[in-house]
Design a protein around this ligand. Structure first.
Ligand code: ATP
Length: 348
């Protein structure tokens, strides 16, 4: 394993912190720590980088414990949201600095800086100063500076959150390219679920200082491990239901139940698993009334008020909703639901 985190715990004086953190990351993986503000992502990342001393637990990189080492002795490098470039130094000097300290010969430094700038698409920017660069360019320089140090694990703390949406998208793609070219292991912190879903090999979803789920993006989306993950990732409907052996009941609808759950549950239903039709009576149909139809490119988001269950949202193709309008009665079918114990709703 490239990076192993074992039973990491850190409690601040305020009582906040993280506990029971166990993570195994393979070489070349890009893993994101995802969760809302205050859930403990930065605490985990800083512990890996050595900027923060955990109360207990161990961190191993390439099989060696690094827990006793200061940040500069660890085989890690951190990219911060705020870039942290030296404003009085040119791009070249910002990049060369760490290598000069390591006493690398001048010619080698030049070659390494050239290569790093090429990787972040900033060849020719050597003589510029940080103030002459855009936010995205400054972040690319910061990234190049970290890459130059050839860390075993690159740590990225919300590196793109200061950038506008378009640039953020571009930077994600560039980071993915860099990962493919270098095969570098990366741990990326974000509170943006879209960023995590589009970037990661695996996502670690955190909540209140604990890990809720570690899985590939598709699995996190299709099979959330808890109601919290279900509510945090993607759009989701929540309906009251009852779980029995082999089935989940939502009113008169019966859906397969693949979990060992019984009794009252909260059923989570993705909008793409809701179908609308003109037929409003039937065994597998819940009656409802359309509240709103919103066309978004090739599909439409339709909001329906169900007689017994309140609001449900459905993603439909544009063709299906062509003749639908607000106030119209519709039949609602659900093809798939995941049940969660009702108590989990309190933990969100
Ligand atoms: N130095 C500190 N002293 C006391 N409490 C702290 C300290 N640093 C963090 N905390 C608290 O610990 C919890 C976890 O913080 P952390 O910064 O790890 O969360 P985060 O998920 O990275 O949040 P954000 O996305 O806002 O950076 C929060 O409740 C925070 O207020």
């Amino acid at each position: 394993m490239q990076l192993s985190i074992r039973e990491l715990a850190k409690r601040y004086k305020t009582g906040d912190g993280v506990s029971g953190i166990n993570i195994e990351i393979e070489k070349g993986e890009l893993v994101t720590l995802l969760g809302p503000s205050g859930c403990g992502k930065t605490t985990v990342l800083r512990s890996i980088g050595g900027f923060l001393e955990p109360d207990s637990g161990d961190i191993l990189i390439e099989g060696q414990s690094v827990i006793q080492l200061p940040p500069e002795k660890r085989p890690t490098s951190m990219v911060f949201q705020s870039y942290n470039l030296w404003s009085h130094m040119s791009v070249y000097d910002n990049l060369a600095f760490g290598l000069k300290i390591r006493k690398m010969p001048k010619a080698e430094i030049r070659a390494a800086v050239d290569e790093a700038l090429k990787l972040v698409r900033l060849s020719g920017f050597e003589k510029k100063y940080p103030a002459e660069l855009s936010g995205g360019q400054q972040q690319r320089v910061a990234l190049a500076r970290s890459l130059l140090l050839k860390p075993a694990v690159l740590l990225l703390d919300e590196p793109f959150s200061a950038l506008d949406a378009k640039l953020r998208h571009e930077m994600r793609e560039e980071l993915r390219e860099i990962q493919m070219k270098t095969g570098l292991t990366m741990v990326f912190v974000t509170h943006d679920q879209e960023e995590a879903l589009s970037l990661s090999d695996r996502i670690i979803v955190m909540n209140h200082g604990r890990i809720e789920q570690i899985a590939k993006p598709q699995e996190i989306y299709d099979a959330p491990a808890s109601l919290y993950v279900a509510s945090f990732i993607g759009k989701m409907n929540f309906l009251e239901g009852v779980a029995e052996e082999g089935s989940i009941r939502i009113g008169k609808l019966r859906l397969p139940n693949d979990k060992d759950l019984r009794g009252r549950i909260t059923a989570a239903v993705r909008p793409e698993d809701v179908q609308l039709g003109e037929q409003i009576v039937g065994d597998n149909i819940l009656p409802g009334k359309i509240k709103q139809v919103m066309i978004l490119g090739h599909y439409a988001e339709v909001t329906v008020e169900l007689a017994e269950f309140g609001i449900i949202r459905a993603f439909q193709s544009k063709e299906v909703v062509q003749h639908m309008q607000s106030g119209q009665e519709v039949g609602v079918c659900i093809s798939k639901a995941a049940g969660f114990p009702v108590e989990q709703a309190k933990a969100i």
